[in-house]
Ligand binder design. Sequence first.
Ligand code: AOF
Ligand code: ZN
Length: 367
Amino acid sequence: MTPTQDIRWMRYAIALAKRGRGRTAENPAVGCVIVQKNQVVGVGWTADGGRPHAETEALARAGDRAKGATVYVTLEPCSHYGKTPPCARALTRAQVKRVVVATLDEDRRVSGRGVAMLQQAGILVTIGVCAQEAAETHAGFMRRLRTGLPLVSVKIATSKDEKITTHSAQPWITGVQARNFGHILRREHHAIVTGIGTVLADNPMLNCRLAGLEHTSPVRVIIDRQLRIPLDAAVVRTAMQIPTWIVTSITQQEHPHGALLQKMGVQMMYVHKGDFMEVLQALGAKGITSILVEGGQGITEAALGSGCVQQCYWFEAQHRIGTHAMPAVLHKDGLSHYLQGWQCRETMLWENGDSMRLLCLQESSHT
Ligand code: AOF
Ligand code: ZN
């Protein structure tokens, strides 16, 4: 097998891993391809909720054809008896010949032991094929393992002069294309985080509304320190269908509103002050590995100012709104104050003949 073929099959495994993105926490989204005589005999990816693991799914599809095959997997196969038996053992039992691993698992229960288990069974192991690309799909999982905090992305839509708008104050900045991209972003994160200001101003659903992907909506997290959310807010009314968590500093003893919200399916998360870092810690403790911050000025600036944001998706329309509108952030230097030195990939989107820039920015130390 040539390295070029290894890269090709591993890229396929990474594409499969992406199917699980935002849906497998607290487990990573892993992809697996089993190849026999240059033909795919089984594919798998980590199932919703994190189990079964990718290798188990691919082995089940390959059946006897896994014997003597090469297995491409984006993360080192697990070696521990967790909620599922070790994948390294399942691969050994299936008598595969070779396993190609993109990245090692940093979970202390695995961390090199998966590879050792395979090698002890006489299986050839290659490590590091497409490591960087695979690491991106595991970034949230790894970040939470290392820091206890989720991976944080911020989404923002501004006019050319860095102004933002709300539902009630038309015109809406983004058009259909940008909104669809926004829904993909929602689907790829484990939770969407917004502030109570946005809920009160826009009454958003904060779900994924792409046809066929409605069931992939992430957890909705609303930061509402003073518990101002009305019972008829769209997110509350749909809390039985889509997980909805409210982060607040007001306990039930202080205010019975919390009990009413809980009856409607909302989960309450009590925090002390509720600053952005404390919210991140609380979400990490609950197993959330990646969040998309999508809100107004307050939460956007709190997130960017916390130093805990790794990615920013900035939709920038080409028209100006004018000085009367609300600035995206209050800092006198605008968004560039927070995004200085970040790596930037730029894409153009077209909205009814009007162009819009999508800037995908990554904090420089983020892999
Ligand atoms: C794999 N393939 O698809 C995933 C893995 O609690 P358990 O038994 O589900 O184990 C969770 C750990 O397994 C998780 O922390 C990570 O180390 C690994 N995830 N491993 O072989 C997979 N998702
Ligand atoms: Zn496993």
